[in-house]
Design a binder for this molecule. Sequence first.
Ligand code: CMX
Length: 136
Amino acid sequence: MKPSHIEHIGIAVSSLDEVIPYYEQLLGQKCYSIEEVADQKVKTAFFKVGQTKIELLEPTSPESTIAKWLEKNPRGGVHHIAFNVDGVQVALDECAAANIQLIDTKPRKGAEGLNIAFLHPKSTHGVLTELCEQPK
Ligand code: CMX
């Protein structure tokens, strides 16, 4: 596996409305998309810096993994890093063969229609890691 670039950095926030203005000012641009990902129980807001996106994540339900994370980290912060790969399934198989614990054994649909899968932070030195690719 050789990721081409960091696709996005996921940042957990309690309120998109409160945090979006900060990023708009910092990055000198308007948020270009807000999308609810029902499957993940989150609402996302996107910015682009070069090839890499900043993905703000607000929980839409107390059962959301983001809500759980915010309970432990109430100020919010970096939640995960996502790498763009050419073939999520092949990358997952490589990770499994290297004894990296998978959260998803198969790709599923994420924000912006990407095929995504997560690796468990317990076997990635504490960094929740996402692999993603554009659908073919
Ligand atoms: N980064 C690093 N470590 C994390 C973490 C994160 N984002 N989230 C949880 N952990 C750690 C916890 O600190 C905890 O470690 P200890 O056991 O050492 O205390 C351990 O993982 C278990 O944490 P937990 O609070 O009990 O959480 P769960 O096991 O219920 O869930 C995880 C953790 C990673 C399996 C779950 O968050 C998950 O499946 N994540 C993938 C999906 C996801 O994050 N979706 C939201 C984003 C969607 C999007 O980008 O569109």
